[in-house]
Write a protein that binds this ligand. Sequence first.
Ligand code: GUN
Length: 289
Amino acid sequence: MARILNGKEFAARMKENAAQGVRALRTCGVHPRLAVIIVGNDPASEVYVRNKQKTCEELGILSDHIALPEETTCAELLACIDELNADEEVHGILVQLPLPAALAAREEEVLSRIDPRKDVDGFHPVNVGHLFIGVPGLRPCTPAGCVRMLEYADITIEGANAVIIGRSNIVGKPMAHLLLERHATVTLCHSRTKNLAEIVRTADILVAAVGRPRFVTADMVKPGVTVIDVGINRIAPKQLVGDVDFDAVSKVAGAITPVPGGVGLLTVAMLMENVVQAAKVQTEERGGR
Ligand code: GUN
């Protein structure tokens, strides 16, 4: 049976880091503040956003919930972002994805409007570029949280064969860079990859981010592999499963994250660290105020 990588345990350490950062900023008279914009009423997004706010509250971070109606125009959304960019009290801005269909085609324009210093999702092209060339900066929360967990769990990244399934901008692509900068040998697979199972079997670290329930099966993994399951698939009203067949794969793997109780918790904890980091950088830029 594999070691279960309990998201709650690692998230608690990350949240403690964030809480310490909040305390330090407050002694300088700065109260970290996150603004979350949600457009429309996607039920899954509403759950994620509530979670983010609850965690802010827990750590003493101020949070603004800006709920805009489904029919919000792009110009209105951009104006809302401009206002938050200009507000010195707001340190982090997050636009919850996915955007409603009418705005989805302009996602890139929307994300690029956020001041890169306040882009706590790490999705702005400037922050993506910093990750690509290895300059410190705000990193996307899900992959950064996963990598932090690997470090806390003492799982060796350097020299490891890391295989990622899924090439999204939110998870797969940034994960590839984060692992590469820690000296893993990275293979990024996707829906058109040939011989997927064969490649997945070479993995010492496997990241599944495909969005297909129980896609990774036990015959696809090498004994002892570390499996990070980023998938959250609702297969029944009250049943969430990952992209990995947990019951079978956990008998072969060396370590594995459960769903729920794994990566989801790390994402929110990393977001809190990003808000604190953003607040610190902005405070330093203003001369410590
Ligand atoms: N939707 C799913 N994951 C994310 C995320 O990490 N950030 C934002 N803004 N939206 C998401």
